[in-house]
Design a protein around this ligand. Sequence first.
Ligand code: PLP
Length: 397
Amino acid sequence: MINENFLNLKTSYLFGEVDRRTEAYQQRHPGASVIRLGVGDVTLPLAPAVIDAMHAAVDECSRAETFKGYGPEHGRAFLREAIAETDFPGLGIKASEVFVSEGSKTDMGNILDIFAPGLSAGIPDPVYPLYTDTCIIAGHNIKYLPMDASNDFSGDIPEERLDLVYLCFPNNPTGAVASRKKLTEWVEYALRNGSIILYDSAYESYIRDDSIPHSIYEIPGAEDCAIEFRSFSKTAGFTGIRSGYTVIPEGLALDAADGRKVRLADLWERRQNSKYNGNSYISQRAAAAALSPEGRRQTRAQVDSYLVTASGIRGILADAGLDPAGGVNAPYLWVRTPDGMGSWEFFDCLLEATGVVVTPGAGFGPGGEGRFRLSAFGERHASIEAAERIADFVKTL
Ligand SMILES: *Cc1c(COP(=O)(O)O)cnc(C)c1O
């Protein structure tokens, strides 16, 4: 028997459909200048400190005396320690609570292995499609948590109890961040209800406002209700190199059917021991280099560069009266379509008139209808030109 839940997934995957329509446009208009403001992938090359560490790691593997084979499933000590010290300063996160992997997409999907089937799962709407898809595959009951302008794109605390609550700040696609007050309300909700928060902070390094928490563990009590997922993908350009990690505090536990308290870290450790053999040595050396003082300076400059592009796009759209959300502590802008156009309708009209590719909001959940996402990961001049084309196009409507 197959897992019938797969048949409940939506068939057309967002980015595949965007590519299909873009290619069709290019065939209809050969030679047209197409600019993609939809890319959800970084474009700057790896930082020099990262490259040097990778070369050195390859050289180590070239000699029998320093060759590296399998390492600990949860990551090598040098990286787990660097993460605990550098990414969670003063928060009391221990190296043993950090579980290294090849990225947070896999971890956020795999984490469902440690929970019972048929749970209630609160998922932000709109959001990155991963949580919805993996909850559908696992057969969980999804309750959308609307995140829109009415609640500062950070959600209203639900009335009912949910077993799992997914949160993603800074958010993909809205670019929203959550205030300390709002995150405190989410943590208090989870503690009151025995819910587990699955906190995706893949974009934490884009936060430049000192009042905004970078980690859920900045909120008192989060160590008793939250798992945090981080990635080197957007913070250090590792989308192709692969490295990320999951933090599960040692005190985080749920009751088993026989009344025993079971630590979630123990279950995850067991899950990874059974099904995973560790992130590559070269990627782990690269990740540690990204956390070195030099690596941090260099990767921060890259993030700054994306934020400058975001700010440029934001200014042009704001001047055109589009009132964009996001684009300040995040590489994404979340923009209302003009004249109440549907998001795919706007996508098609804009592409046809200007050659600019955006990401239709409806692809991120029902709450994304009537919005589109722009990313600041593209080359600066092309991105600014695309924003100007959008502004000009909107004036013609
Ligand atoms: C890019 C991204 C990730 C990171 O995925 P990796 O598998 O680590 O590359 C996680 N969450 C969100 C919301 C993302 O946009």
